[in-house]
Design a protein around this ligand. Structure first.
Ligand code: AMP
Length: 194
């Protein structure tokens, strides 16, 4: 049973690593970005609302995101643990997640942060934009998403560091190389965080 988070700037490969960790640990990976994108594709009311923010590289408002996560975490497949990818991204979301977990008498085992340099991330994301045509992958929007990460999500990381459950992993390198580092860090989280 593992309950964990993966946090990283846009382009750090957190979605790819989340899928691999989920497979290896046998826990479900829940990506808020993927849930939003599925809703955008399906043109649901949630998708129509979220799209405005996503296209601009902004965060979807906490009120919308929190409710979506609460609903998702009430499903049966999270009973054996979960890996949340892309949530929480604001300190208000941290408080909300604390509440959900406390209500279920649950706690987080650890939080993994993938790190990467901004210029490397911009380079990677511009490459991804060419391949996938994601509407939030143009340079101005990419830089805005990175700014939000620094302004808001680093405060989230700091909170978990204070609680002593944060492990940082270098996200630069080949996909397999980073997965190896991540799996090592998961096995020995207390030694991986300086
Ligand atoms: P991602 O795939 O994780 O990069 O997420 C894509 C987009 O979905 C983000 O740029 C936000 O617009 C939105 N999003 C995903 N997770 C959250 C969250 N926890 N809070 C607010 N917006 C989010």
């Amino acid at each position: 049973m593992t309950r964990m988070l993966i946090i990283g700037p846009p382009g750090s490969g957190k979605g790819t690593q989340a899928d691999r960790i989920s497979e290896r640990l046998g826990v479900v990976a829940i990506s808020t970005g993927d849930i939003f994108r599925a809703n955008v594709m399906g043109e649901t009311p949630l998708g129509v609302e979220a799209k405005k923010y996503m296209d601009a590289g902004d965060f979807v408002p906490d009120s919308v995101t929190n409710k979506m996560v609460r609903d998702r975490l009430s499903e049966d497949d999270v009973e054996n643990g979960f890996l949340l990818d892309g949530y929480p991204r604001t300190t208000a979301q941290v408080d909300y997640l604390d509440e959900i977990l406390a209500n279920g008498e649950q706690k987080l085992d650890f939080v993994l942060q993938l790190t990467a340099d901004d210029e490397e991330l911009v380079h990677r994301l511009l490459g991804r934009a060419k391949e996938t045509g994601r509407s939030d992958d143009n340079e101005a929007v990419i830089r805005h998403r990175l700014d939000l990460y620094h302004e808001q999500t680093e405060a989230v990381v700091a909170k978990y560091a204070e609680r002593g459950i944060l492990t940082r992993v270098d996200g630069i390198g080949g996909i397999d190389e980073v997965t190896d580092r991540v799996m090592e860090a998961i096995k020995a989280p207390q030694t991986a965080c300086p």
